[in-house]
Design a protein around this ligand. Structure first.
Ligand code: NAD
Length: 285
């Protein structure tokens, strides 16, 4: 029987994690509570496989094998006990993640992980019966293209759990860094700093979003500018992370009013069709 990999949440990240896990030979169960999103998940993943075949990155046989390894479910209760891995990828809210992790733990996974971008693993582990089997596996967007996997080790995470996380990274074709459990870990703490400052610069009228991004791409060799990256990540996701980091480190992470206004107006970036840029069919205009 195939090794079993469960992903909870079929949003931007959960879809990508499911795609990569199926490609690595796991039997994947993708659990999504929202019926519309669950139905769309199939189409999105099939579209990804079709595109990979069309671009010659995957053979039809391998793509079909990956498709056959994926099922979408609406409830963790429908997942059989003792999967190899459960990765939680629901929105960045402590109460929601804790509830999902408690339900996930009842399925008795060998490894339980969260894809949180900023919430301390220790906070999320509170209430778990086996916090020693729990760690952060912070994937990056788009998961199939990004090599990095941040393996976040909590104070009580067992050494074997960390080793299992690093081994999982290798199986998924990812390159891990092992990071101590601090809010924002290594990546979000630095990346969000740049993104928030870029948003303040837009509000100050320093330059257009396109020119601020161009300055970082051409001047600092960033592959993509901080505002376009914010659009790709999702402004709502970035706002949640900023609030978490503000609570941990103080007002240097206070969300700029412009970010709050844009989220309130539904300008969430690529996923809503408008953020600092306009997006049509997933393509920046
Ligand atoms: P998202 O909002 O796109 O997707 C979250 C999904 O979880 C939604 O489809 C939602 O319906 C579903 N969900 C909510 N409650 C659920 C439940 N109880 N059971 C099953 N599904 C449920 O969010 P996202 O951007 O994919 O982010 C998910 C996590 O990954 C967050 O913790 C975020 O901080 C982190 N993260 C995001 C990025 C990024 O670039 N977007 C990168 C790295 C990490």
């Amino acid at each position: 029987m195939n090794d079993r990999f469960v992903v909870v949440g079929a949003g931007t990240m959960g879809l990508g994690i499911a795609y990569v896990a199926a490609g690595a030979g796991y039997a994947v169960e993708l659990v999504e509570i929202d019926r519309g999103r669950a139905a769309a998940a199939f189409d999105t993943l099939h579209g990804l496989w079709d595109r990979a075949v069309a671009r010659g990155k995957l053979s039809t046989t391998d793509a079909d094998a990956s498709r056959a390894r994926l099922v979408v479910k609406s409830d963790l209760d429908d997942v059989a006990d003792a999967p190899d891995v459960i990765v939680e990828a629901v929105p960045e809210r402590l109460d929601l993640k804790r509830a999902v992790l408690a339900a996930a733990e009842q399925r008795r996974p060998a490894l339980l992980a969260t894809n949180t971008s900023s919430i301390p693993i220790g906070e999320l582990a509170r209430g778990l019966h086996h916090p020693e089997r729990f760690l952060g596996l912070h994937f990056f967007n788009p998961v199939w293209a990004m090599a990095l996997l941040e393996v976040v080790v909590g104070a009580v995470t067992a050494a074997e759990t960390t080793a299992a996380g690093v081994a999982l990274a290798a199986r998924l074709g990812k390159d891990p860094v092992v990071v101590r459990d601090m809010p924002g870990f290594a990546t979000s703490r630095l990346g969000v700093t740049l993104g928030l400052e870029a948003i303040r610069m837009v509000a100050d009228g320093v330059a257009s979003p396109a020119d601020i991004d161009k300055a970082m791409v051409l001047g600092y060799r960033h592959p993509v500018g901080p505002l376009e990256l914010t659009d790709l990540v999702g402004l709502d996701v970035r706002l949640d992370i900023a609030r978490t980091l503000q609570a941990a480190y103080g007002d240097r992470f206070a969300p700029p009013p412009l970010l709050e206004e844009m989220v309130a107006a539904g300008r969430l970036g690529k996923k809503s069709g408008e953020g600092f840029y306009r997006w049509e069919g997933g393509v920046k205009q």
